[in-house]
Structure formats: C-alpha cells, structure tokens
Design a binder for this molecule. Sequence first.
Ligand code: ZN
Length: 162
Amino acid sequence: MATTIKKTGTALILSCMDLRVQDETSGHLQAYLLDEYDHVILAGAALGASHPTYEHWRKTFWDHVHLAIELHAVKELVIVEHEDCGAYKAFVLPESERAYIGKLEDPEARAREEACHHRVASALAKEVAERHGLETTLLYAALDPKDTDKAVLRPFAVPAAT
Ligand SMILES: [Zn+2]
C-alpha cells in the first residue's frame, strides 16, 4: 500500500464522514500510524474545516488542532479527501467546479474534481503550516466507478498548488 505519510511522530487526521471510505481510511491509518494519530471527522474534510457555510466546524477543527498539539505533540496533519464528496456538491463552490463532482464515468471530470480537492486541502495545509508549523500529507480516496463502496487511498495525482 503506497503512502506518503511522513511519520514525523504523532499525527492529526482530518477526513470526511462519508461511509464509503471509512474502511479504507481506517485500514490505511492503522497500517501506517497505529496508535499514533488523533482523528477529526468533518463532512467535506478540508472543505468542512474551511468553508464559511459552517463557521463552527472551522472553529471545531482549529480547537482540535490546538488540543492535538497540546496533548499529543502532533507534528503532522494528514488530510484525507475523497472523490464524489457530498459536501463538495452541497457547499457553495463555484458552479463551474461543482459540476465536476462525482462524474465517475468521465475521466476529465474526475481529474478536475481531484484538482478541486487538492486546491482546498492545500490551502488548509498552508494555513496550518503558517500557524503551527505542522507538516501536512494530502491523501485522496479515489472511488472504484464500478463499486463505489471500494476506494483506493493514494497521494494526489495533480501538481502541487501554486
Ligand atoms: Zn465527503
């Protein structure tokens, strides 16, 4: 199982609530970070933690970042985004981006959705780095178009955001 989790010590995980990716996320984290991570779950992962629609989610996220640093000296944030995310469909992204979410039969749309997740997660990672100096690993759970209960966690397949 490929990963880029850096294992700098304990980590804080941010992932989405989506039921389709829980088993894969847990399996990945237990394989690489068994008993070495705190876990915050918000619908939309990085989008849930940063979008103004639910300002209290943003506060909840940052409260947990502070607690994880204080209690467990976390050095790394791992953000797990996933394909066909309902929060990305529901929250107010530009319509041009929302139209690409969950089009699993269309390779170009899938690539655009992944780029959208990468942009949102990278912005949150930058903020966490600036405020707390944490390293961040970004992972993406791509769904199997033939069986969306199956997902593969991997690094993002898009270039780093500028
Ligand atoms: Zn989701």
